[in-house]
Design a protein around this ligand. Structure first.
Ligand SMILES: Cc1cc2nc3c(=O)[nH]c(=O)nc-3n(C[C@H](O)[C@H](O)[C@H](O)COP(=O)(O)O)c2cc1C
Length: 187
């Protein structure tokens, strides 16, 4: 292990300007434990996946793959759309998993969190995402599960996370991800 900070790449599954999930990632960046940094990659500009192009991916996709590979771990922050992950996130996952044999996700430690308007706080989307991570050969932490339900009551008008219990939960998630990433080793 080096003295360099452990690098976590945060990816938000929403393109919405006032996204609660983007706000949750911003909150997480302020809660990251010492010895780690949380950066982000914006999925805006990632085109729809086309397998004809996976050998020569568009610039933005190549950039995504590079950023994933440079990171030690990935934090997915996703809304739930119709009981699953938004197409925006699945599309980006598919791009970065190709061409076959050149997936940027392979072997990466990961954590998942999400915010939704519903009471279950993206639970169903998170379990779908976990299923996807199996094929990607990623290693998500199991606990804690951060499912931010009733999001409108936990963020203020400026998108600031105001709910202390949620902040504490996110802190525990990040600490768990850092411990897990150190445990399973860095490339
Ligand atoms: C297409 C669509 C499907 C949705 N499906 C769900 C859902 O299955 N469960 C849920 O709790 N909220 C659902 N919502 C509401 C989202 O929780 C809400 O729009 C949330 O703000 C999205 O996250 P964001 O603020 O990060 O964009 C859905 C919203 C959209 C636009």
């Amino acid at each position: 292990m080096t003295d360099n900070p452990l690098r976590i790449l945060g990816i938000v599954g929403s393109l919405r300007r006032n996204s609660y999930n983007r706000s949750a990632l911003c909150a997480a960046a302020r809660l990251v434990p010492e010895g780690a940094i949380l950066e982000s990659f914006d999925l805006d500009g990632i085109p729809l996946f086309n397998q004809d192009e996976d050998q020569h991916p568009p610039f933005r996709v190549a950039e995504l793959k590079r950023r994933i590979r440079e990171s030690d771990a990935v934090l997915f922050v996703t809304p739930e759309y119709n009981y699953s992950v938004p197409g925006v996130l699945k599309n980006a996952i598919d791009w970065a998993s190709r061409p076959y044999g050149d997936s940027a996700w392979d072997g990466k430690p990961a954590a998942i969190m999400g915010a939704s308007m519903g009471t279950l706080g993206t639970a169903r989307a998170q379990y779908h995402l976990r299923q996807i991570l199996v094929f990607l050969n990623m290693f998500p932490i199991n606990q804690p599960e951060v499912m931010i339900g009733n999001a409108a009551t936990r963020f203020d008008e400026e998108g600031e996370l105001t709910d202390q219990a949620t902040k504490d939960h996110i802190s525990r998630l990040l600490q768990s991800l850092v411990d897990w990433t150190r445990r399973i080793g860095r490339e």
